[in-house]
Design a protein around this ligand. Sequence first.
Ligand SMILES: C[S@@+](CC[C@H](N)C(=O)[O-])C[C@H]1O[C@@H](n2cnc3c(N)ncnc32)[C@H](O)[C@@H]1O
Length: 337
Amino acid sequence: MRRIMVELSGESLELGYAEAVAAAETLGGQGLGPPLAGTTLATLELPEAGIPLLARRLALARRCLVEVTEGPVEELPAWRPDAEGSSAAFRWVGRPSSGGGDPSIHAAATAWKGAGGTIDLEAPAHRFWLARSGSSRVRLLEEVAAVDRPEVATRRISRLPFRRPIGLAPRLARAAANLAHVAPGDRVLDPFLGTGALLAEAALLGGRVSGIDQDAAMVQGALRNFVHLGVTAHELVVGDAGEVEFPGSAGPFDALLTDPPYGRASSTGGEASGSLLTRILPRWAARVRSSGYVVVVLPGGPDPLTDPWRRVLSVPVRVHRSLTREFRVYRRTPTAG
Ligand SMILES: C[S@@+](CC[C@H](N)C(=O)[O-])C[C@H]1O[C@@H](n2cnc3c(N)ncnc32)[C@H](O)[C@@H]1O
């Protein structure tokens, strides 16, 4: 197991930490601690080979780092790196434009150059990041994997062929798919497919995805988005998710991942969202394997799933300027014995 730090991005530290822990768990690791107040660095541990995979899974993070040294600012010059003529860049976490005018960066870069290394800010062989670890202490970290944030941005709603105001942003959809612990080969269901944002992210994580929407235009549109994103849907069905079946597949799902309609919208045929959820979610949750996950994005309100399901996580997140949603995770209560 390797202990690492993950620099979370600013969208939501709470959801970012929950996403990072869930992704680490999927790769055989675990969370060790959320960012301390005023910082963005979460601590995790996972098998060494999982680190690049973790960076590829995460949406609400910037990079994975390992600690090189930690101590009082004035002791950084005592750092004896093994530079071997290789190049490095030094920056402060959260201040990527920080430079050699900063005393700590200057001290670390001086130690590096003293060991025969060079500085290259454009394409260094080593990227080092400094972070405060106390009022006069500093932590020197080396980047071991970077999150490809521009790649997630290529899936932004504005770039998709089929867009609707209900569409969930790909970063939030990816975080939700991570909360569902989607692993390659997993069967993942969204009974309220919409534009397909959640299932697209689940498929990009290797899931075999199944979707339902009562609106045929949504299913056709989601399919256009899947083709555009290069992902395959395993099975898509048009119909009321409280009634339809998937022809030819009865086996259990590994996860249920969904963002149901809110309020008494035209998209629900006038049915109040509370009754829609209690009518439909338990039906499909019952088909999730015993240790599987149910992740639901909700405006709040009562739990749509009851015993044996229990809510294990709830993170409120601002999804648009004036719109807040709770990302909720449910699991079955383990049976005794
Ligand atoms: C909030 S949207 C899903 C948004 C989706 N996460 C996205 O990113 O586009 C809810 C969807 O549920 C569908 N829906 C509403 N009632 C339904 C029902 N009874 N059965 C299946 N789909 C239903 C609506 O047509 C709508 O597309």
